[in-house]
Design a protein around this ligand. Sequence first.
Ligand code: SF4
Ligand code: MG
Length: 329
Amino acid sequence: MSKLLEVSDLSVAFGQTHAVRGVSFSLEQGQTLAIVGESGSGKSLSSLAILGLLPPQARVVSGSIRWDGRELLSLGDDELRKLRGEELAIIFQDPLSALNPSLTVGYQIAEMFRRRRGARREEARRRAIEAMTEVGIPDAARRAENYPHEFSGGMRQRVMIAMALALEPRLLIADEPTTALDVTVQAQILRLLRKRQEAGLSMIIISHDLGVVARTAQRVVVMYAGKAVESGTVAELYSNPSHPYTKGLLAASPSARDTGRQIQPIDGYPPDITAMPSGCAFHPRCPFARERCRTDEPELRIVAPGRTSACHFAEEVLTHGEAVGNTRA
Ligand code: SF4
Ligand code: MG
C-alpha cells in the first residue's frame, strides 16, 4: 500500500537542544497511528512539525515529511496554510484555547465554509448547523448561537471536531483529544472519531493513555526523550512489548488491559532534555539496565517483522513475556 504520510529522520530543536531526535514513522490511507509517551517525549512536537505549527522557538533541523508525495518541509507558509485548511486538521486537548471566545460557535464554523468554500451566509450557517448535528450536539440550530464558554468541556471538544472535520480533511491529528474529559464523555468522543475512521479518515492520535490508543489505532510508535523507542501493531505491542519502557507504560496504564493486575507506575521521571543521560536515555529508570546501557546508545532496529525496538536486550524482553514485568515488584 502507498504511504499517505512519511516522516523520516525528523529532528526538532529548541536552540541547541534537540527535543525530537531522528524520528521516523509513516501512515497509510485510512489507517490510524498512535504516538504515545509521557509528556515531554516529543510526541506533540513531531505532529506539530507535520502541520508547520511548531512554536516560534522551535525549528526542524533535519529530516523529511512527505505528504501524498509532496515534501512539506519545503512548502511556503501560504501553501501550508492552504493544506491545513483543505487536507490536514488538528484537534487539541484544550479546545477553549483554539476557539475565539468572542464569536458564537456557529459563526466560527460558518466562517470556514465562507472563507474556504465560498459559501454564502445562509448556506454557511446551514452547513455549520449540519456539522454540529453530525458530531452529536443536540439542538444545534439553537446552540450555534452560543459562545464557547457556554459549552461543557465535552461539547466544546465536539465543536472542535466539527470544525476540524468540516472541510473533510484527509488526515486528522488528535493531540490528547480526550485527556481533559471524564470517562463517559471520553467514550462518546472516541465513538465519534471511530465513526469517522470507519468512513475512511486517516488519523494520528497522540496520547499518554494506552487505553485510548487501543481503542483507536492500528499501529503505535512509542516515544521516549525525543526518540522513537518501539513501534508495531497495537495487538503485538500490547501483548508482547519489546522495550522495557513500553512494558512499563502498559503496567502503569489502568485501562490498557483488563488483566486485573495492580497498576505499577514507572519509577522516576523522564529526563530533562537539556541533560540527557548517557547511553540509553531510559537506563536510570529501566529495571533491565546493565552496564552496557550506561555507555552505548541503542539504535532503533527491526526485532520482528513490522516491529522495531531501541533496546539492546529487546529479544530478551520479548521472549520473557509476562514474567519479566512482575520481577520488578
Ligand atoms: Fe533498558 Fe538497557 Fe534496553 Fe535501555 S537498552 S531499555 S536501559 S535494557
Ligand atoms: Mg503534548
